[in-house]
Design a protein around this ligand. Structure first.
Ligand code: PLP
Length: 340
């Protein structure tokens, strides 16, 4: 029986034998030439799920975000992005380097942006100021601990943004988790935004792949950006088959990741020197008395891998390759270290 549990990220999952089988039997074409039937099936599925007009398969969530933004903005524009958004924090400056954009960052409450804050952050294009053209949202919010923005707040934010003449892009890498946790369809969250990037390689458990959804003209421009950045793939139906398998067979399992996250967080809250905000989905944040780096090292010695997320903060992410045994290993490690 395993004595280690890898809670660094939900991206570490390995494809199951059934998923590999689905990949092996996928019908293939050449997606850059537009004739890979399995990629077309995945894109059609995402159009149905999000309620958007068009979709394009891309290798990563980062590419989905960046080409989704590039194809709705012009170099020199400014965009509004939440302070801790993946797009700003973890995409190594792509907004500036690739897209020539200036960022006006916005505060949030646990990842939820106040719609009323948009107007005061927007700049009007002038001889002096870079006009604001787009707002980015993230759901669930990674750095805030897998927090959910409700469809009602999205609707309100999109309404305010549109009234201000701004487009709205959603980083929906983990939107599946929000949909699962609230028991709502994906389109409840996506119907009001102009574009959304969905990832299949996080909690859903596919090895690779994201889909950008949006309006037909927008996605045509995004296809050009995908090619420009080297993201055009050929027999990528192999990968799309894994994504389709993940949606059809693995989405339903996210609830177990959420359940285990809550059990771990509850167990930690009873321990000396540690607190954990109640997880809304699959991400557990832990605030530590001692330095986060030293906790990561001590936990690794006890068989638990996780990442520091601040000087006194750890992040532990549940995913489909963690069973109740893995959960037990983590609880046991925290109990032992907190009492030593
Ligand atoms: C919220 C969020 N958006 C986007 C991404 C980027 O995905 P990828 O690693 O596939 O580029 C991640 C990756 O973990 C993420 O957490």
């Amino acid at each position: 029986m395993s004595t280690r549990v890898d809670l660094r990220s939900d991206t570490v999952t390995r494809p199951s034998p059934e998923m590999r089988e689905a990949m092996m039997s996928a019908k293939l074409g050449d997606d850059v030439l537009g004739d890979d039937p399995t990629v077309q099936e995945l894109e059609a599925r995402c159009i149905g799920l999000t309620g958007h007009e068009a979709a394009v398969f891309v290798p990563s969530g980062t590419m989905g975000n960046q080409i989704g933004i590039a194809s709705q903005t012009q170099p020199g524009d400014s965009i509004l992005v939440e302070d801790d958004a993946h797009i700003l924090y973890y995409e190594v400056g792509a907004l500036a380097v690739l897209n020539g954009l200036t960022v006006r960052s916005m505060p949030s409450t646990f990842g939820v942006v106040d719609p009323a804050s948009l107007a005061s952050r927007k700049l009007t294009a002038s001889l002096h100021t870079p006009g604001t053209t787009l707002v980015c949202l993230e759901n669930t919010h990674n750095r805030h601990g897998g927090t959910i923005t409700s469809p009602e707040i999205h609707a309100e934010t999109a309404q305010v943004a549109h009234d201000l003449g701004l487009k709205v892009h959603m980083d929906g890498a983990r939107l599946w988790n929000a949909a699962s946790a609230l028991g709502l369809p994906i389109h409840a969250f996506t119907q009001h935004v102009d574009s959304v990037s969905l990832c299949f390689s996080k909690g859903l458990g596919a090895p690779v792949g994201s889909v950008l959804c949006g309006g037909a003209e927008h996605i045509e421009r995004a296809r050009i950006w995908r090619k420009r950045l080297g993201g055009g793939m050929r027999q990528s139906g192999l990968l799309a088959a894994a994504c389709l398998y993940a949606v059809d067979h693995q989405f339903k399992d996210l609830q177990h990741d959420h359940r285990r996250a809550k059990i771990l967080s509850d167990a930690i809250n009873g321990l000396n020197g540690l607190t954990s905000p109640a997880p809304q989905t699959n991400i557990v944040m832990v605030d530590t008395d001692d330095s986060a780096e030293s906790w990561v090292a001590k936990l690794a010695d006890e068989g638990v891998d996780c990442f520091p997320f601040g000087p006194h903060r750890l992040r532990l992410v549940f995913h489909r390759d963690v069973s109740d045994t893995g959960l037990e290993i983590a609880i046991r490690a925290f109990r032992k270290l907190a009492s030593s």
